[in-house]
Design a protein around this ligand. Structure first.
Ligand SMILES: Nc1nc2c(c(=O)[nH]1)N[C@H]1C(S)=C(S)[C@@H](COP(=O)(O)OP(=O)(O)OC[C@H]3O[C@@H](n4cnc5c(=O)[nH]c(N)nc54)[C@H](O)[C@@H]3O)O[C@H]1N2
Ligand SMILES: Nc1nc2c(c(=O)[nH]1)N[C@H]1C(S)=C(S)[C@@H](COP(=O)(O)OP(=O)(O)OC[C@H]3O[C@@H](n4cnc5c(=O)[nH]c(N)nc54)[C@H](O)[C@@H]3O)O[C@H]1N2
Ligand SMILES: [Mo]
Length: 815
């Protein structure tokens, strides 16, 4: 870790303003169209790709857009289509098939039996109707959270909910795992969710920022993907930032891939995980003591600062949040915190923040405190200054193009009455915060608090999951497995034998995106390209698309149901319709697009038009220019540093101003050799996706998920690099491979999220290092009920037993 000196900062700061032209982050010309040859153009979360097929098999895939930073995920198509982990046929758990109304055996222990599609449709239909009749629509959970594949038609979760609406309604979910805490608190603070919004653009950062702070930000990993399909601009931006003379500061307990990427261009400070609020309070205190805070900005644009300052200075609770106080909690020297205050206040500073910091107990406080610090610096709404919470995700700083934008299929049946039917549809009849699913299963009909309201959990009797990997994404896997035994029927629609599939009653084989036709935009904010996603191979084995499955199931609801579900259209007719809608929008934006059949034959993507005005977008500019005419959507119309609304909820775990709250499990109360567990997102996966792929060779240690361990912590436990390690706590145990590195703060370890749980029954140990076997399933707070997967302590020891064979990617018995 570097120690920051005044000199090392001043080298860069202040030298760069104006040195970059606005178009410097305008992307390079598209070359997919010149280069495609025999390859077929398609797209995934990780961008537009050229895919080569030989004898009906995918043999290669590569980037279709020019790029300077490599995106490892783009090579994975052959593995995705042809892995041994594919589900080949509709399968039913033996004990379930024997007596569906009163199943025998245990989910996860039983073998599977192959059935026909017709049999499986009838089985699901009959049992679902029984459950609906007996317990009501609420008892059917179709929240089905997850990252499925790209595409505007083959949207697994939406398609499931579309069918469930026709079947009479369902229980759904609120929020997401990604930003559960931030997206609920930010509207109270700045009047918008902030995490999924266009940021002050990348070109404006290049042109105006002197200092860029990467606060818990790992964009070199996280910008490999995007919710739609990545446009690649984010990685290019960070590439340019690396080449610039700006001062770059990274605050991260790990020397992330991004910090490695910046090399000696970055100043790295490593706090203990989960202590950012204390660290930020230390910086804020220094600002006040040195009178470096912007009093005018605070009085004009914020409300409640005085109450926060009383807390900061210890007037309200007797504890002064000095840099020394902060150092004792976060482990970063007080002098460095003071220096951060100097640098931030004397230079045009953009504080970019990731989301791992809020996937924690009391996660709400993190971004609230970051906004508060940015408000004290007074640069919000200035070009290149303030804060931004989505620079690392879906290319949040790529300017919006003039574009023809594709719509997508929706969960509601449109035009149903004009189609001449009288189908009674019903959407979600209940919904609970997505990361509270186990609590819901454990406590059916139970009351709980959420964002100021008392709500009631449904009594879930049936679960249908399509397009999500809940056994890897949810915390405390052993607790999940116990609660998972309670429903009467669990159906999983999956291309692969994931842990969730192995713990289901019924598993349906689903096509990958390479086995069906679709369309997508790239760039969630930019709308930069419109890309055809052409089918490149036949459906493998008996796989069917989610669209076909739910259309078939709709026919069983009532004769004619398939037609209602499909609105009388085929796959290609849907796509042609969506394209036509995009053309209409394009025309209004003066973007010419060829007709659909020509476009589809071309095997080319369409690049949308650069908009110079949009490239100059500065977030909060209007508010800054006139806060009376352009107030924020908060009760005061200003940035709320103290929230009377939150005060009125009376939550102990979410006080009315940013507050340091020591977590239940953290470095500060670790005992008997416990270490803080970090569960950051992996470089060569999207969550659990691609865990089986060859990319695995780039990171696996002893053929397991690696655990990052600091040399001092390894030495104290006699662990050597490459050793098999047992990581454990009261909740469970996993086998991992030791990666010993000074790239992690002493006292913490990291097991990246997304390894498929793979239990060895006699030992009850997860052989594949699934991090959530160890994490606590607790809410961020009762305000947001967000995922808190980064708030757990673990112990580690050298594994003394045999190297248990990995079976994570092996289909279960009978399959
Ligand atoms: N401890 C800890 N836990 C975490 C996190 C963390 O940081 N730490 N991060 C959280 C976050 S931010 C998120 S977003 C979640 C991610 O959780 P998920 O989004 O559930 O993770 P994925 O692995 O992307 O799951 C997608 C699944 O959909 C399947 N799939 C792909 N395409 C299709 C399709 O066309 N049809 C169907 N039916 N299935 C398809 C894939 O095979 C895969 O199993 O994890 C959360 N969990
Ligand atoms: N390649 C790849 N890209 C992805 C994903 C993926 O799985 N793989 N997932 C996608 C999804 S769904 C999401 S939500 C986003 C996730 O984006 P994020 O939530 O931002 O990602 P994380 O990896 O959880 O955390 C980012 C950085 O924060 C650091 N960090 C963790 N805890 C702390 C802390 O307490 N303090 C500080 N200062 N830093 C901390 C981590 O070390 C990491 O470098 O990424 C998206 N992009
Ligand atoms: Mo996420």
């Amino acid at each position: 870790m570097t120690t920051i000196t005044r000199r090392s900062f001043l080298k860069g700061a202040g030298m760069t303003a104006g040195a970059f032209a606005i178009s410097s982050v305008a992307p390079m010309p598209v070359f997919a169209n010149e280069r495609s040859g025999s390859a077929v153009l398609t797209a995934g979360r990780w961008g537009a790709m050229l895919v080569e097929v030989k004898d009906g098999k995918i043999v290669s895939s590569t980037n279709a857009l020019p790029q300077t930073v490599e995106n490892s995920l783009q090579s994975s198509a052959p593995d995705q289509a042809h892995t041994q982990a594919r589900v080949k046929y509709p399968m039913v758990r033996k004990g379930y098939l024997a007596n569906p109304s009163k199943p025998q055996g245990t989910r996860g222990d039983d073998e599977f039996v192959r059935v026909t599609w017709e049999q499986v449709y009838q089985l699901i239909h009959k049992q679902q109707m029984r459950i609906r009749k007996q317990y009501g629509a609420e008892s059917v959970f179709a929240g089905s959270y997850g990252w499925r594949s790209s595409g505007i038609l083959h949207k697994a979760q939406t398609l499931l909910q579309r069918y469930m609406s026709m079947a009479g309604g369902y229980s759904g979910h609120l929020g997401d795992y990604s930003t559960g805490a931030a997206q609920v608190i930010m509207p109270h603070v700045v009047g918008s969710i902030e995490v999924y919004e266009q940021q002050t653009t990348y070109p404006m950062i290049m042109e105006h920022s002197d200092v860029v702070v990467l606060w818990g930000l790992n964009p070199i990993n996280t910008l490999k993907i995007s919710w739609l399909s990545t446009d690649g601009a984010g990685l290019e931006f960070f590439h340019q930032l690396q080449k610039s003379n700006k001062t770059i500061i990274a605050i991260d307990p790990m020397r992330s891939e991004t910090i490695e990427f910046f090399g000696d261009k970055v100043q790295w400070l490593a706090p203990h995980p989960g202590t950012d609020v204390a660290m930020l309070l230390g910086v804020a205190h220094s600002l006040v003591v040195k009178k470096q805070h912007d009093v005018e900005f605070l009085s004009k644009y914020t409300s409640g600062y005085d109450k926060f300052e009383a807390y900061l200075l210890g007037q309200s609770d007797g504890v002064e949040k000095t840099p020394q106080w902060a150092e004792s909690i976060c482990g970063v020297p007080a002098k460095q915190l003071e220096l951060l205050g100097d640098i931030f206040s004397q230079n045009r500073t953009m504080i970019m923040s990731g989301w791992g910091i809020q996937r924690q107990q009391y996660g709400e406080q993190k971004h609230w405190m970051l906004v508060t610090l940015a408000a004290m610096l007074g640069q919000i709404g200035l070009p290149g200054g303030g804060f931004g919470f989505s620079y690392h995700y879906s290319n949040g700083g790529n300017p919006t193009r003039n574009a023809g934008v594709l719509p997508a299929i929706s969960a509601e049946i449109s035009g149903s009455s004009s189609a001449g039917n009288d189908w009674a549809v019903s959407g979600a009849v209940n919904a609970f915060p997505v990361a509270r699913i186990v609590e819901a299963l454990e406590n059916p009909g139970g009351k709980y608090q959420h964002n100021g309201h008392e709500r009631t959990f449904p009594e879930v009797k049936m679960i249908w999951w399509a397009g999500g990997a809940n056994f890897t994404h949810h915390q405390d896997t052993n607790r999940l497995i116990k609660a998972w035994q309670k429903p009467e029927l669990i159906v999983i629609s999956e291309p692969y034998w994931t842990a969730a599939a192995k713990h289901a009653d019924i598993v349906l084989p689903i096509t990958t995106s390479f086995e069906r036709n679709d369309l997508t935009m790239t760039g969630d904010y930019s709308n930069q390209h419109l890309v055809p996603m052409k089918q490149v191979i036949e459906p493998q084995f008996e796989a069917r698309s989610d669209l076909d499955v739910f259309a078939d199931m709709a026919e069983l609801l009532k004769a004619g149901g398939r037609d209602v579900y499909m609105e009388g259209k085929s796959e290609m007719e849907w796509l042609a319709g969506f394209y036509k809608d995009a053309q209409k929008i394009g025309r209004a934006n003066r973007v010419a697009m060829p007709n659909f059949s020509y476009f589809w034959k071309q095997n080319q993507l369409i690049e949308m038009k650069w908009n110079e005005e949009n490239a100059k977008f500065v977030r909060y500019k209007d508010f800054r220019e006139n806060p009376i005419l352009n107030p924020l959507g908060t009760p005061s119309g200003k940035i709320e540093i103290f929230s009377k609304t939150i005060e009125s909820f009376g939550y102990k775990d979410c006080p009315p101003h940013p507050t340091w709250l020591p977590p239940t499990e953290w470095v500060g109360n670790a005992k008997d050799g416990e270490l803080q567990l970090m569960t950051s997102h992996a470089a060569h996966r999207l969550h659990s996706q691609l865990n089986y792929a060859k990319l695995r060779e780039l990171y696996a240690v002893a053929n397991r998920e690696p655990i990052w361990i600091h040399p001092d912590d390894a030495k104290a436990r006699g662990i050597a690099d490459g050793d098999l390690v047992r990581a454990f706590n009261d909740r469970g145990q996993v086998l991992v491979g030791a990666l010993i590195t000074d790239g992690i703060k002493q006292g913490s370890v990291c097991i990246h999220e997304g390894a498929w749980p793979d239990f060895d029954k006699p030992h009850g140990i997860c052989k594949n290092g699934g991090c959530n076997v160890l994490t606590a399933d607790i809410p961020s707070s009762r305000l947001a009920n967000g995922c808190a997967g980064n708030s757990s302590l673990v112990k580690i020891e050298k594994w003394q037993g045999e190297a248990l064979p990995l079976t994570a990617f092996t289909p279960p018995q009978g399959a």
